[in-house]
Design a protein around this ligand. Structure first.
Ligand SMILES: [Cu+2]
Length: 112
């Protein structure tokens, strides 16, 4: 009986870790793109966008959601939020990074 409870607790905690990991989306910034450039998330579900840079300092801004962070070399950055309005939100690099900076954009799609 005791063993059963222990296994159940273990199974529940593994499940909790899996659910958490599902909502973490890793994004790489580099001259002059975000990879992936299109991210789809679900309204009402907490999400963690985890950014790292492959070259130099960049920034990411999602003006429609009033979210931004710097992305410094060797220092992964996170944006944690729960999207509530379905729609398509542009994100851009907002730290000048060179001649292709203006085209360094992506889309965050929030589905119902
Ligand atoms: Cu830039």
């Amino acid at each position: 009986m005791k063993i059963h409870k222990w296994i159940l607790a273990l199974a529940l905690s593994i499940n909790a870790i899996a659910v958490k990991a599902d909502n973490v989306i890793s994004v790489t910034a580099k001259k002059y793109e975000f990879i992936p450039a299109e991210i789809t998330v679900k309204a009402g579900v907490p999400v963690v966008l985890q950014f790292q840079t492959a070259d130099r300092k960049h920034g990411v801004s999602i003006p429609g959601l009033h979210l931004r962070t710097d992305i410094n070399p060797g220092q992964p950055a996170e944006i944690r939020f729960t999207p509530d309005q379905p729609g398509t939100y542009d994100f851009i690099c907002d730290v000048f990074c060179g001649s292709g900076h203006e085209g360094m954009t992506g889309k965050l799609i929030v589905t119902k």
